[in-house]
Design a binder for this molecule. Structure first.
Ligand SMILES: C[S@@+](CC[C@H](N)C(=O)[O-])C[C@H]1O[C@@H](n2cnc3c(N)ncnc32)[C@H](O)[C@@H]1O
Length: 268
């Protein structure tokens, strides 16, 4: 898809779509996708838990002509939504996607993700996937199930992006991660930031962690699930932290103080 549509979505479009996407998440996902592209990796993209498409549209815009984009959500079957993590809306998703991209590569699966296997996902995307976002049900069991489905459908060098793993409101997600990683897996975490936790096959972890490290000069190394991960932080600097760093503000503050003390001296 054209880079200009992607840029337009980043700049304006994303703010017109209801959903959850913290600053920094799009940038990280785009850089990681570019890294996959520079290694000539090809494969579909998918999201489990699409809602109105805020992140899904970004994934879609990162895909090329022959890469299907699979949207999985309960949509109209909200009676199966056991933790009320938002109610997906198929009509809104289609409208949003049409407005900001197109729908030519779209494949929709309406239903409970826990009824899906990796084989189903591979069938939907006509082959292994290179980027899968998990943001559906937020219980431990659903998270563990969605991780298993995704791992089994991931291409070598593919990336899984898990939402809310460290969100206090959804402790089920990290419980599900620990449950899933209580056994040996082929994927490892390599990055955490902007409410997303990133996983890939072991041999690619260092390369992808480097991509995230370059994005944030303040990034730090941590250990999670026995693996080295990069923690990046895109939260805007606080006003006080920011203005201290800007020379213009410093000189303005000096002028202000000098003027005040000058006035004080002559008025007393
Ligand atoms: C937090 S929202 C997703 C937000 C979305 N990723 C975004 O970019 O804004 C969670 C979504 O998961 C869907 N969902 C919940 N449980 C599900 C399940 N068991 N299977 C499939 N989808 C599910 C809900 O319908 C809802 O649309």
């Amino acid at each position: 898809m054209s880079r200009s549509r992607l840029n337009a979505y980043l700049k304006h479009g994303q703010f017109l779509v209801k959903g959850w996407l913290l600053p920094g998440a799009p940038e990280a996902i785009i850089r990681l996708s570019d890294e996959q592209r520079s290694a000539n990796l090809q494969g579909g993209v998918a999201e489990i838990g699409v809602y109105h498409g805020k992140l899904f549209i970004l994934l879609y815009l990162l895909g090329s002509e022959n890469e299907p984009a699979v949207a999985i959500d309960l949509f109209s079957q909200q009676e199966l939504n056991i933790d009320n993590s938002g109610a997906g809306d198929l009509e809104r998703l289609k409208r949003n996607l049409f407005r900001h991209a197109d729908t030519s590569r779209l494949l929709i699966h309406e239903g409970d993700s826990t009824q899906l296997t990796s084989k189903d996902l591979l069938r939907f995307s006509r082959g292994p996937l290179r980027m899968i976002s998990i943001d559906g049900g937020h219980t431990a069991d659903i998270t563990a199930h969605d991780l298993a489905t995704s791992e089994g459908a991931l291409i070598e060098g593919g990336i899984i992006v898990l939402d809310d793993c460290f969100n206090e409101m959804w402790p089920g997600v990290v419980d599900g991660v620990h449950k899933y990683f209580s056994q040996q897996r082929t994927i490892v975490p390599f990055g955490i930031g902007a409410n997303k936790t990133f996983f890939c096959h072991g041999p690619f972890a260092r390369q992808y962690a480097d991509v995230l490290r370059k994005l944030d000069p303040r990034s730090i190394e941590q250990e999670f699930l026995g693996a080295q991960v990069v923690y990046f932080n895109f939260a805007p600097w606080s006003f006080s932290g920011w203005y201290k760093k800007v020379d213009a503000w410093r000189s303005l503050r000096r002028v202000y103080h000098d003027t005040l003390s000058h006035l004080y001296r002559y008025s007393s």
